[in-house]
Design a protein around this ligand. Sequence first.
Ligand SMILES: [Zn+2]
Length: 253
Amino acid sequence: MANSFNVEGVVIKGTDYGETDRIITLFTKENGKVHGLAKGVRKGKSRLRGAVQLFTHGRFSMVKGKSLDLLTQGEIIDPFLLLKEDLTKIAYASYFAELLRNSCEENKAQPQVFILTLAAFSFLEENMNPELVARFFELRLLHYLGYSPLLEQCSYCGRRIANSQFYMTPWRGGVTCASCMAKNNLSGQRLSAGSIMMMNKLMKTDLSKIGTLKPSAQSLNEMADALAAYWAYYLDGALQIRQMLMDLLGEHA
Ligand SMILES: [Zn+2]
């Protein structure tokens, strides 16, 4: 068919539509975020059913439609079954999927974001600390979206990151040292130099070595709060998405 095309993608959302259909949101390697109508997929015999489950990585055939493209065929590459068997992992994967859905434009190729998503899902499956995986995913997604926080020096005086206290100041695009905070009468989320260095490592370390990073519990807490504030500044709805994660973990952790 002239209007058909194939994509490789991950299912990041499914919304029931009509009696038996579902609108599937994919994050694809070729076209970034796309939507496709999977007709009849909620009927018992649909062959598409397995391939359009949440978080499934697969190859999909689509047909261009007037308002909505049709998702006509799906072939599973990796169902991420280990991820789907654990409620904590489901909570984090849902958090990543919602961040993608809300921050990425439709039909904009961002292959690095696609690779990042597969890596984050794999890390969850491999039992990596999910809070570490979340900070890794958030930092790199911010980078690919063009909102990377500057983590090399104070955003006011240029002081290098060394043994002193810093604070996350999203409106400055990065961190600010304690004396500049006091001088300008500012408030923000505290970040030790160690936490900032860990964030730099999460940004730059090769994917195969992310699992060797071992931040302290204090560092994980500081990074979580600082990045929540940073996301809230750059993305409408970020706080609600973080709250969704907290609610899921509160119920099931
Ligand atoms: Zn400073």
